[in-house]
Write a protein that binds this ligand. Sequence first.
Ligand SMILES: Cc1ncc(COP(=O)(O)O)c(C=O)c1O
Length: 392
Amino acid sequence: MSVARAAAKINVAAIERNCSRLRRELLGGTSLCAVVKADGYGHGAVQSAAAALAGGASSLAVASAEEARELRDAGVRVPVLVMGALSESELAQALAAGAEVVVWREPYLKAVAAAGGGRVHVKFDSGMGRLGTRDQAEATRVAEAARRIPALELVGVMTHFATADDLDDDGFFTRQLATFTNWAMEMKADQPELIVHAANSAATLRDRSAHFDMVRCGIAIYGMDPYGRDPAVRGLEPAMELSSYVAEVKLCGAGESTGYGRRFTAESDTYLGVLPIGYGDGWRRGLSNNADVLVGGRRYPLVGTVSMDNVTVDLGADPSALKLRGERAILIGFQGTERITAEEVARRLETINYEVTCAITSRVPRSYHRDGRPLEGEAPRGGTPALDTIRR
Ligand SMILES: Cc1ncc(COP(=O)(O)O)c(C=O)c1O
């Protein structure tokens, strides 16, 4: 079995199945927009996009102009929405990539027209308090103005929920949904073909009345649970495995320590395994003395400080631990009957699963497979294969 100091393997079939599973949740006319920003939440934007489209997504969303460009350069032809704020030069880049952009102020419409024009979505801030206008009348004025400017095509109206992932939110989600629905239905009455969209993964799985014409799902397409629970409960399948290997096994005598700051001292003789992965790979320092790792199908505790390039695990007092030298180690994924999810790692770090996979750095090579079979046309990270070569 080949091992690598740090490797992320992504099962594109899992992304496809997660998209099919989400599509089954949707009412007849609702489409799935796959959110592949932040390099597909760390999974690789282009490969994730191809898998999501194969799984039934019909459009894509990203946060930046650069991300839209990357998709186009890889041969993506479906609509791409840039959801983030864009500076003047970024706006020109997004429009040149044929991406759709988000608007909420009238002067910005002129900037979009001056930068070449294109398809726009008006964002009403119904409660998130970030991008978009909180003023419903302004949102309406912007939509009307967009219809009047020949260089622009008003294609959508949107909002974003602040608490869709919090089922105990004192009704905030429901109020946000009602506020948006009132406005969006007025807009739709004027322009029936308008694409109304609001739901992220959590809202998609929470409330069908938030689906409208399109849902924008990110976390769930990668098989992570938007509520931070076990993804299997909602039929989601984690697409990423993060692995390393046991590069060294050594005896740590009672009273001896390992790692920076001596944050682990053995109480009795034990064997320590050294895995060459660390915070330089995105395996965060907050996991010091605070994670488990799978080796040979068993869980072992990570002990001591996570350093930039190495971590140590306590393999126990039995000298048979020496035989584990060279074995694969799973940091996120399955081995035997054991499983470590991004949600488990997130709980340890008191953060969310999104941050766990996004944090995995470019030093970790991504490779792609379909239920264990390598993909043809697979390209190392950094290269961008044409979409056709990685699509079935
Ligand atoms: C505006 C917007 N829509 C949709 C999404 C997708 O959210 P999720 O990954 O929770 O499905 C995001 C992600 O943060 C977002 O910023």
